[in-house]
Design a protein. Structure first.
Length: 244
């Protein structure tokens, strides 16, 4: 299913004018709304555990992402900045995803960090919108556009992709929905040989329960304990009367 999408999107990218026409849906929300929506869908906790259960050869990968504020920038600006940590037993990937308005699509810029040690674990901070230093963000970015479709945003940066520090090229496909992120990164070496092309199917997972839920569970636990103690006392009193 996802490989079919990849083929279709690659064809669309090679005919840019047709892309714009095919995605110019009158039912699409305003671009400003799209920026806010796709950034919200992209934020949270995800993993590909369901995929791994069906395909054990695929590595387990987790995503933790949260909305952040870049210091020195206008907090009311239209750009939505999301910090992402991607982890698996074999690698770690820390990135800044910046969503902003394009003409007919959402522009997505992906940046790495000069010093990853200062941002690792950022989403674990207590503040609702952690601060991130803009001076720690790499100037070079990997860019693509996300086109709205019914209940999803689809992006592809073929054929040019993005060049890594070691000279490799990464061509990316991504489909973002409210509870899922499907991605395919094709990695090519300097000679153009395909090295990696494994689709990853991330699904949203539950994080720590909301405070109201925690308090509800705590109240339930206290109520259950209180009843259990009361029952034990009644039973003990009853036994004492029988023994007398």
């Amino acid at each position: 299913m996802h490989l079919v999408k990849v083929s279709i999107l690659t064809f669309f990218v090679t005919t840019f004018s047709f892309v714009q026409q095919s995605h110019a849906d009158t039912s699409a929300p305003p671009i400003k709304t799209q920026v806010q929506q796709v950034a919200q869908w992209f934020t949270g906790f995800f993993d590909n555990a369901q995929q791994v259960a069906n395909s054990p050869s695929v590595p387990l990968i987790t995503i933790s992402s949260c909305n952040v504020q870049l210091d020195g920038t206008n907090p009311l600006a239209e750009t939505q900045n999301v910090y992402l940590e991607q982890e698996s037993p074999g690698f770690e990937r820390l990135r800044l995803y910046s969503f902003n308005q394009g003409i007919s699509a959402v522009n997505l810029s992906i940046s790495s960090f000069l010093n990853e040690n200062t941002v690792r674990g950022l989403c674990n901070h207590s503040q609702s919108r952690p601060q991130l230093s803009i001076n720690n963000v790499e100037k070079n970015t990997c860019n693509l556009q996300l086109f709205w479709e019914q209940n999803s945003y689809i992006g592809n940066n073929a054929p040019n992709g993005c060049i890594t520090n070691n000279g490799f090229k990464v061509v990316s496909d991504i489909t973002i929905e409210q509870s899922s992120i499907d991605s395919l990164d094709k990695i090519f070496d300097k000679k153009g040989n395909l090295l990696v092309a494994t689709p990853i199917e991330f699904r949203r997972v539950n994080s720590v329960p909301e405070p109201s839920v925690i308090f509800g569970l705590l109240a339930l636990g206290i109520w259950s304990t209180k009843n259990a103690i009361s029952d034990r006392r009644k039973q003990k009193s009853k036994n004492n009367k029988i023994s007398v």
